[in-house]
Design a protein around this ligand. Structure first.
Ligand SMILES: [Mg+2]
Length: 280
């Protein structure tokens, strides 16, 4: 398919034709410079008309209440019940897999620890059965990674397997203009490689990835909206768009964030529509 064959859309069309709208946050509603044009009006309009919408974000470094306050600090009046973070998926995951009460080592911010405690995990650095990689902490460095790797090895020496739950699968995230931070997904890439070197061919990590593009975050949206007639608006092909496509809902690539129109060419991932910005 040619990029030029993908129809453009606008927000009014989406509101009129879908029962629920799903928005990525970063690159769609706000970026490193602040709130994007049209975002405050859009959220106010959706709130005032009771149009069902949810924010689907891979950010696991902030709890849902922290996220709501963060958005409000930009003038985006998004209530907690409209926010589905990758971090909040740990709760249903622990319920479904009977992990309540399990010993967890947690890599992440203070809010990542809150997510795990809320899900019923017991934080235990020295002896754990579940490793939860929530977010790459700002103060992480090589010796922190070394400590983590050696801690994990000492578990794997005595246990057949350790479960790893990756909350935010992003490898990179935009930290400021043209400067990227190393995301939580990168930490897991390292660990997988190190474990393969130390225990070749033994598959000792049982890995679950939550967040976009994996299905759990879309399933949670479906659980809340009770309709598949929803559309995902996001700025990244590899997360927002492929995740929506795989889940079987329509997708809109917005050009206000990471993926520009020209980068569409040559990829096998296509959105249902493109949108220049939510201000349209
Ligand atoms: Mg984004």
């Amino acid at each position: 398919m040619k990029v030029s064959n993908i129809p453009n859309t606008n927000i009014i069309y989406l509101i009129e034709n879908y029962e629920a709208l799903l928005f990525d946050a970063y690159g769609v509603l706000l970026n490193e410079f602040g709130v994007l044009p049209g975002a405050i009006n859009l959220i106010d309009k959706l709130n005032n008309t009771n149009k069902p919408y949810f924010i689907l974000t891979n950010d696991a470094s902030r709890s849902v209440p922290t996220s709501s306050n963060f958005y409000k600090s930009f003038g985006l009046e998004i209530p907690e019940e409209k926010i589905i973070t990758a971090g909040s998926l740990i709760y249903p995951y622990f319920q479904e897999n009977n992990l309540k009460g399990s010993k967890c080592r947690v890599i992440g911010t203070d809010d990542c620890f809150l997510y795990v405690a809320d899900a019923g995990g017991i934080v235990s650095d020295d002896d754990f059965d579940v490793l939860i990689i929530g977010a790459s902490p700002d103060n992480y460095n090589f010796s922190s990674i070394e400590d983590l790797v050696n801690n994990l090895f000492s578990m794997l020496d005595v246990k057949e397997k350790v479960s790893v739950v990756l909350l935010n699968p992003d490898l990179l995230y935009p930290k400021s203009t043209d400067y990227y931070g190393i995301g939580a997904g990168s930490i897991l890439l390292w660990l997988e490689s190190f474990v393969e070197v130390r225990y070749p061919g033994q598959s000792k990590l049982q890995i679950t990835r939550l967040g976009k593009p994996f299905k759990e975050i879309y399933q949670e949206a479906f659980r809340r909206t009770k309709t598949m007639n929803m559309v995902m608006v996001g700025d990244q092909l590899q997360t927002d768009i492929i995740g929506a496509n795989n889940f079987g809902i329509d997708s809109v690539l917005v050009h206000s964030g990471l993926t520009k129109n020209d980068t569409l060419t040559g990829q096998d991932i296509y959105p249902s529509y493109t949108l220049s910005s939510i201000n349209d």
